[in-house]
Structures are given as structure tokens and as C-alpha cells.
Design a protein around this ligand. Structure first.
Ligand code: ADP
Ligand code: MG
Length: 618
């Protein structure tokens, strides 16, 4: 096209496309659900805009929000068309090429590590998966604010954008024309497309049509009958029934028409009793754009009634997202918010606290108003109630994993004999909480810091290694159940790694006396212990701080004597260190074999915290 304006892809996008177009990846199927998912997003957007400006929707076919898939078998061209919001010229340039999404480099990195191409949608670059099956793609788009444009690229580092004067006007929306590669000929079959849409796009809430042929039975009149009928009709007096009936025969005929592929019944509106586990799994994959074979760890589907009414399905994903804790404070919650069946947003931060942003799900509210701006919605009073209930349900869902996990029971309450008995039993719930903890434990810790109203509930979910936990993890409740008679505190030590902590002079005496010490090795643990200072009326005691007190009354009296007798020495020592390098020099009863140790004052930072703070300022 002569009038075409040429552009270069942003370098990372170009690299990404290069990898995709040359990929020998066998599961090329994914391109279709990525394009359908984009079409669905675009339809959601126009429906949302139309809430406040109904004219945006247009009339006739434009007002119908749907997706049409059509094949040209001879030319091997697959076309996907939606009546969504469309793209202006600027949108086409920005969204499809010149501005790299934040996920682009992360995805490239994953691919270099041999990561799964299947996860492309989660990185916000799903569109480019079309180059798994195409060597040439045209995107024709019409947005309400602009004329119709064609974007096209052969994945050679460039793309072109031209005002479209050659194709039929779209009204509004986007049509993607995919010129299939020779090794992607299988996608030029209706059966294949039908199967893929049914498998991957079952939960898209807009109708998806495929232009397909169907063998239909047609009744055609048999000619001789007609003759006979004519004769019969002459005889109007005849009472012979057979003679008045038209003789027909059935023949097969091929008819082309739009075939509806999905029946778009919203899972969350159904009664939980009627939804199967398989349907919940599939709905998760579609919602989270997670098409790995891993199933979600758990889900919770409920219907909140009362002042604020809503329906919700929450999921714990099988794995934490790749950047969950890297960009913790800029993480967006991933809950889809609907108001009375209309999609509003999936970037609504007000629905879940930060620490639960690893959850996926959907909330459909009957109470929120439909035709107000997003800003007004964000301030609506019932959001607080929704949030509170969602948090409660989420924590219940996590607690249920604990309750159903055989391993958890063995650890905490069962005797050794019972443990032996249970060993033989196989259960898919076994070890499930440990798995959860491995992926999302840090979120629970952050929750304890951030969410004071749920601190106790969250503290119950904490797991640690301790001097008595062996290879397993232990809970605070289990720790308390093992406390020695008269023990009033929960002992812990923070540091970089468990081995070092186990050998630390700080814990020598404690261990010798049979006290259990919790080992905390996460950077966030320092903040955790600053916020969680007691549990079930037991105070936490850092073993490296100078207020650690051990021993009985008798011992205490004896210790006082010893302290007195060494007064000269400790004074001399403190002066020697010129009084600046240390705050005090004290006789200690915390050590068993080590002669001396440097400790931190009760109110100061622990050595580990110093280390963390230093790492952060460097
Ligand atoms: P994501 O969908 O995660 O944003 P994609 O790579 O799939 O990432 O799509 C990139 C962007 O291109 C979308 O965010 C959207 O702005 C635009 N886009 C893609 N397909 C369509 C479409 N059918 N209609 C309107 N905009 C689209
Ligand atoms: Mg997409």
C-alpha cells in the first residue's frame, strides 16, 4: 500500500516476535484464545463506555456485542472480528508495536529460561502469539473517535498503518486477518476451530460465532406425489386421507450459517451446588488467563446478602505470579468487578487489600450503581463492606486448606502411633498447605503487618522452621502445645539462613535447656516480629536481644551475685571500648559454651535488621 506509514517495532517487541515466529513450540493453539480474549476485552470496554454514553454503542449490528470467526480455506486466511471498542490510528501504533508492555522483558526472560509460551497472556503480550500460526497479519480497526485503519506486519521488525479505503466499513470494532503459515494449515478447518473455542473460550461472556457448514435434512416433495396430488385435488369429495398428504423425501443438503459455539452462562450466577469441580477449574483458567495444566489450589463461591448484595468466586492460584513480591506496592489486585452482570474493571484496587492481591476472582454486585463514573464507584460506601467480606471469605478458604491437610493434623495433634497409622493413606490434600505456604507465605506475613483487624486469624496461618520442627514447618499453635511448663515466651531468632541460626551462640543455652526456638530467615520477618509482638498471651522474645531472661528464682539470685563480682571487669571492658562502640558490657547467663557474644538492646535493631537495612540503602 503506497499511502502506508511505516513504523519500527520497539526493540523488545521485535525480539519477542522473532522468537515467536521462529518457534517450534508445538502448542500453537494458544493464539486463538489470546485473540478471543482481546476481542472480549474490547467488547467489555465498549459496553462499559455505553453505560454513561449509550450513543457509543451505535445501532443495528454495531449494538450487538459479539465475535465472529470466518475461514477462507482456499487462501488460508482466518478472520476474527469483534464489535468491541476498536482502535484509533494512535491506539494501533501504540498498542501493537511501539510501546513495550512492562511484561515484555519479563516474558523474554522466562522464555530464555525455557519458560512456557502458554503463559504469554499473563505478561500482557498475548496478541503476538498470532505469529505462531501466521507470517502475515492485518488488523483492521474502527474506533468511534477515528476513521478506519489497517495495521499490518510480516514480523520483520516493521509494521505499517494505512487509512482503510479498500475494505467494507466495520461500523465499530476490530477484524484480525491471519494469513496462515504452511505449517499451520490445521487451523484452516472449521472442526479444529470449533474444538478450540469450546475448549478454551467456554467462559467468554459474549457470543462467539463460527461461519460453518452443516449437513441438514431437507424435506423435498416427491414429484410423482405432486402429480398424484394434483389429480386428487381435483376430487374434492375424496375422504381418503393418504391422498390429501403431500409425499416428500428427505435429502441431505449443505447449509452455511453462523454457528454459536459458546453458551456463555456465567458461573458465578449459578448455584454452587450445580457447578462441578471441573467447571470451577476451567473457569479459573479462563479468568486468570492461566492455561498451564495446574489446577487452582482452592476456590470459594458465595453469595453475600443483606445491605450489600454481591456474588463472588475467589481462587487461590496454583502458583504465585512471577512478580508478586518484586513489585509488591505497585501490584494490581486481579479481581474482575461486575455490576449487575456488566463488566466494570479488573483494576479495582479497593476490593482487596494488597497482601491478598495474589487471589484471582470475580465480584458481581447488585448494590453498586451502574451509571456513575469509575471515580464515584471507587468511593462508594458499600465497597468497604464488600472488601471486608471478601477478606473474611479468603481467610476462611485458606484456613480450610489447613483443616483438610492430613499433614497439618499429623504435625499438630496426633501421637506418633497415629502418625504411623496414617502414613499409608494417600490423599491429594496431603502437603497442600505446605505448598500454599511455599507460594504465598510471604503474603500472609505482609498481611499481619498491614491488616491489624485480621492479625490473629493470619497469625494462625503462619508456619516456621524451629529447633524442633525437623524438615517440616510448624505453627504457633503447635509451638505453644510443646512449650515447657512455666515457659512464658515464644523464642525466636532472625538471620540469613537456618544453619547459621542453629549454631548461633544466642540459642545455645535455650536449646540446652530444651526450649524450642523459631528460626526466621525471611527479610520480611524482621518487620513481622515488630508488628506481631504476642500470640495467645505469649510474648515473642528475640534470642539476640539483651532482655532475654532465663532461669529460676534460685538461679536468678545466684546470677545477681556473679554479676556483682564481675562489676570491675565489665566496667574496665566498657571503658576499653571507649564507651562508644558498645552501649553496655554485661555478664550474661544466655551462653553455654561460647565465651562472649555481641547482642542488641531490646529497643535497637537486631543485627539481621541492620543487614537488611544496609542492603536496602545500597
Ligand atoms: P493484553 O490483552 O494483555 O493487553 P495483548 O498483547 O493481547 O495484551 O493486546 C495488546 C493491546 O492491543 C490490548 O491491550 C488492546 O489495547 C489492544 N488490542 C488487541 N486486540 C484488540 C481488539 N480486538 N480490539 C481492541 N483492542 C485490541
Ligand atoms: Mg490480550
Amino acid at each position: 500500500r503506497d499511502r502506508a506509514e511505516k513504523f519500527e517495532f520497539q526493540a523488545e517487541v521485535s525480539r519477542l516476535m522473532d522468537i515467536i515466529i521462529h518457534s517450534l513450540y508445538s502448542n500453537k493453539d494458544i493464539f486463538l484464545r489470546e485473540l478471543i480474549s482481546n476481542a472480549s476485552d474490547a467488547l467489555d470496554k465498549i459496553r462499559f463506555l455505553a453505560l454513561t454514553d449509550p450513543a457509543q454503542l451505535g445501532e443495528g449490528d454495531d449494538a450487538k456485542l459479539d465475535i465472529h470467526i470466518k475461514l477462507d480455506k482456499e487462501k488460508k486466511v482466518l478472520t476474527i472480528r469483534d464489535s468491541g471498542v476498536g482502535m484509533t490510528k494512535n491506539d494501533l501504533i501504540k498498542n501493537l508495536g511501539t510501546i513495550a508492555k512492562s511484561g515484555t522483558s519479563a516474558f523474554l526472560e522466562q522464555m530464555q529460561k525455557g519458560g512456557d509460551l502458554n503463559l504469554i497472556g499473563q505478561f500482557g503480550v498475548g496478541f503476538y502469539s498470532v505469529y505462531l500460526v501466521a507470517d502475515h497479519v492485518e488488523v483492521i480497526s474502527k474506533h468511534n473517535d477515528d476513521v478506519q485503519y489497517i495495521w499490518e506486519s510480516k514480523a520483520d521488525g516493521n509494521f505499517a498503518v494505512t487509512e482503510d479505503t479498500e475494505n467494507e466499513p466495520l461500523g465499530r470494532g476490530t477484524e484480525i486477518r491471519i494469513y496462515l503459515k504452511s505449517d499451520a494449515a490445521e487451523y484452516a478447518q472449521e472442526d479444529k476451530l470449533r474444538e478450540l473455542v469450546k475448549r478454551y473460550s467456554e467462559f467468554i461472556s459474549f457470543p462467539i460465532y463460527l461461519w460453518a457448514s452443516k449437513e441438514v435434512d431437507v424435506e423435498v416433495p416427491v414429484e410423482e406425489t405432486e402429480e398424484k396430488e394434483e389429480k386428487d385435488s381435483d376430487d374434492t369429495e375424496s375422504e381418503d386421507e393418504e391422498s390429501t398428504e403431500t409425499k416428500t423425501k428427505t435429502v441431505k443438503e449443505t447449509k452455511w450459517d453462523w454457528e454459536l459455539l459458546n453458551d456463555a452462562k456465567a458461573v458465578w450466577l449459578r448455584n454452587p451446588k450445580d457447578v462441578t469441580a471441573e467447571e470451577y477449574d476451567k473457569f479459573y483458567h479462563s479468568l486468570a488467563k492461566d492455561f498451564s495444566t495446574d489446577k487452582p489450589m482452592s476456590w470459594s463461591h458465595f453469595n453475600a446478602e443483606g445491605d450489600v448484595e454481591f456474588k463472588a468466586v475467589l481462587y487461590i492460584p496454583p502458583k504465585a505470579p512471577y512478580d508478586l513480591f518484586e513489585n509488591y506496592y505497585s501490584q494490581k489486585a486481579f479481581l474482575k468487578l461486575y455490576v449487575r452482570r456488566v463488566f466494570i474493571s479488573d483494576e479495582f484496587d479497593e476490593l482487596l487489600p494488597k497482601y491478598l492481591s495474589f487471589l484471582k476472582g470475580i465480584v458481581d454486585s447488585d448494590t453498586l450503581p451502574l451509571n456513575v463514573s469509575r471515580e464515584m464507584l471507587q468511593q462508594h460506601s458499600s465497597l468497604k463492606t464488600i472488601k471486608k467480606k471478601l477478606v473474611r471469605k479468603a481467610l476462611d478458604m485458606i484456613r480450610r486448606i489447613v483443616e483438610e491437610d492430613e499433614d497439618e493434623k499429623l504435625d499438630d495433634k496426633k501421637t506418633d502411633e497415629e502418625k504411623e497409622e496414617k502414613k499409608g493413606e494417600v490423599s491429594e490434600k496431603k502437603g497442600k498447605y505446605a505448598k500454599f505456604w511455599n507460594e504465598f507465605g510471604k503474603a500472609i506475613k505482609l498481611g499481619i503487618i498491614e491488616d491489624t483487624s485480621n492479625r490473629v486469624r493470619l497469625a494462625k496461618l503462619l508456619r516456621f522452621h524451629s529447633s524442633k520442627s525437623g524438615d517440616k514447618l510448624t505453627s504457633l499453635d503447635a509451638y505453644i502445645s510443646r512449650m515447657k511448663p512455666g515457659q512464658k515466651q515464644i523464642y525466636y531468632l532472625t538471620g540469613q539462613d537456618r544453619k547459621l541460626l542453629e549454631q548461633s551462640p544466642f540459642v545455645e543455652k535455650l536449646l540446652k535447656k530444651g526450649y524450642e526456638v523459631i528460626y526466621l530467615t525471611d527479610a520480611v520477618d524482621e518487620y513481622l516480629t515488630q508488628n506481631l509482638t504476642e500470640y495467645e498471651d505469649k510474648k515473642f522474645q528475640n534470642a539476640s536481644k539483651d532482655d532475654l531472661k532465663l532461669g529460676s528464682k534460685d538461679e536468678k539470685a545466684k546470677f545477681k551475685e556473679v554479676k556483682e563480682s564481675y562489676k570491675e571487669l565489665t566496667k574496665w571492658w566498657k571503658d576499653l571500648l571507649s564507651g562508644e562502640m558498645v552501649e553496655a558490657v554485661k555478664v550474661s547467663n544466655r551462653l553455654a559454651d561460647t565465651p562472649a557474644v555481641v547482642v542488641t538492646s531490646k529497643y535497637g535493631w537486631s543485627a539481621n535488621m541492620e543487614r537488611i537495612m544496609q542492603a536496602q540503602t545500597l
